[in-house]
Structure formats: structure tokens, C-alpha cells
Write a protein that binds this ligand. Sequence first.
Ligand SMILES: *Cc1c(COP(=O)(O)O)cnc(C)c1O
Length: 362
Amino acid sequence: MEERVHNFSAGPAAMPLTVLKRVQEELLCLPGAGASVMEISHRSKAFAEVLAGAKDNISTLLNLPDNYKILFLQGGASLQFTMIAMNLLKGGTADYLNLGSWAKKAIAEGKKHGTVNVAWDGSADNFNRMPTSDELQLTPGAAYVHSTANETIQGIEFFNEPETGDVPLICDFSSSFLSRPIDVSKYGMIYAGAQKNIGPSGVAAVIIRDDLVEKCAEGLPSMLDYRVMVENDSLYNTPPAFGIYMINKVTEYLRNDIGGLEKMEAINRKKAETLYNAIDESGGYYVGHAVKENRSLMNVTFVLKDSALEGKFVEEATAAKLDGLKGHRSVGGFRASIYNAITQDSVDALVAFMKDFQKSNG
Ligand SMILES: *Cc1c(COP(=O)(O)O)cnc(C)c1O
């Protein structure tokens, strides 16, 4: 087999090697099915177990209260920007926090279905921090508040959920889902495209509280209607079966091999600390984008003091099998995405490279 790279891609992103090997083992024959998971009916007993397993794992990992439903929907996180607004904004007013590139996209979709009040806007500082609750200009009686747990492109993360009182908090967790424990009861709904932390692209995990499902608009196209999806347990039509299967495998791994989200958080904190320390101890050679309090544990964004060396850095890093480090054009520089599946070894290899590069190009 060709050697695997240290994969710092922002998404689709690295999967745990253990999971990939298990999937390879049962690719031709899912135990009990006599065929691949891609070749069996989504109404079969074997697939019912896969779907139930994925839900049970997520529910256990998050300590999910009984009054929430878990859905697996097609269209990635981006379709959720639309579905949220169609189902729950319904021509009314909702508050959106403009926290970075993904929030901006959610806001643009929201505006097509009602009045969007931007309750906080981080664009003046090029999205280098998250707001505190007392900075938010919330609308009393809003349909919901929309937030982003981790802005993947800017590399900033919320560590305290915004306080929204009685207004349901809806949060895009695409790039930090299942990376650490959260208190789901503080949210009306959370959602995540799978391809950062829990599976392949094209499927989104949605966790929605029962009272929000009851409030959904009537008469929506069935495929865009949360109520229809809940009533059919994500099986209204043929679901993204392989994606759900992968989510089951990854969450089973998180549960049994890692040992839960506290353990996952400790591993993630250690990796992030290693990398941020390397930035901080470089004497200003590397400069982080985010303010310290909101530094993402998942996406580490930084630039070189001498931006003329950026091309060389990426070229030499790629040659050293450190892949996917080029930053998004809106921030520039570099982004090391260190999701759950990235090992401490990969982070150590990156830090060693950064130190060598500084020595040779100081
Ligand atoms: C990647 C990402 C998205 C978009 O996900 P798609 O599945 O491509 O639609 C949305 N929000 C955040 C925070 C992301 O990181």
C-alpha cells in the first residue's frame, strides 16, 4: 500500500485508521447481511441495526435527553441552512451570529425565508474571536438564535454556549461535533455535516428537540420537512446508507476504543496545545489568527511573519507528507485541521517540521 500522509485536510478529512480497516474487512460482506452495506435494502434488518446503532452511539456519547430526535439527512450541513429557515423561520424573525464564513452562508440562506437580525458581527476583526453573551443584540421572541460552534475557516471556537433565554439555540457543529462533551439540553437543535469528524460527505447528523419539530411549517416539500423525516426515522426515501454506516463505525470507535467524549477531549486538547505552543514559542515567526480564548481545538489557523515564504512552507510540508495545510484564501497562511482522527504523532511531525523550517529560514 502507498504510504498514508499526515492528513490535515479541513474536510473531507482524516478518518481513524482503525475504522477504515474494519470497514475494509466487512466491505464485501456486512455481518449478517451476506452482501455489502451498499447492496442491501434500507428496510432490511441488517440496515435497521446500522441505523439504530449510529443513533444509540450518538445518544450515549452526548448523554442525549429523551426529548430529542436524531436524523441523518442528505445535502450536508449546507442544506440545513435552508431547512432550518424553511421549517422554523417561516417568514418571522430570527437572530443569527455572524461568526465567520459558515455563519455568513447560513445568514444568506436565512434571509430567503424571513427577517434575519444579525445579533453580533465579527467581520470587522476578520472573525478572530467569538462574542460573549452580553455582546449579543438579541430580539425578544425571535424564532431562534443561530450560532456556529466552530468556524472551520477562521479557526475560532465557542467554549461557552451563548445564553439565549427562552429562544431556542440552533447551532452548526459541523467541524467540532463529538470532539468533546456538550450539554445538548442548552440547544433546540444541533447539526453537523459528517465529513469533518464522523464520516463521509453528503450526510448531515441533525439533533432536534421535539417541541421544535412540532413548530415546523406545514406543507413543505417532503424531503425538506423535519416532521416527515422524524415520522419516518430518516427513512422517508433511500437514505445515505453508506454514510450512516460509516457514522455508526466512527461513533462505535469513539464509544468503545476511545472511551467517550471526555477522553476524546483530552486527546484533542493535548494536540491543540502542542500546536499552539509551537506557534507561541516561535518568537513571532508564526502568528496565530484567533484570540487565545477562542482558539479552535479543531482548526489551527496561523500565518508566517514573512508571508513571502508561505509557498515554500507548503511545498516543503507536502514533500514531508504533511498534507492539506494551505489556509483558506480569506485568512491566508495555513490551517492545520486536527479533528478527532488526527493523531498526536501527526501533530508532533508537523511541529518538528515547523521548527526545522524556522531554523532554515529564520
Ligand atoms: C464544512 C462546514 C459546512 C458545510 O458542510 P457541507 O456538508 O459541505 O454542506 C458548514 N458549516 C461548517 C461549520 C463547516 O465546517
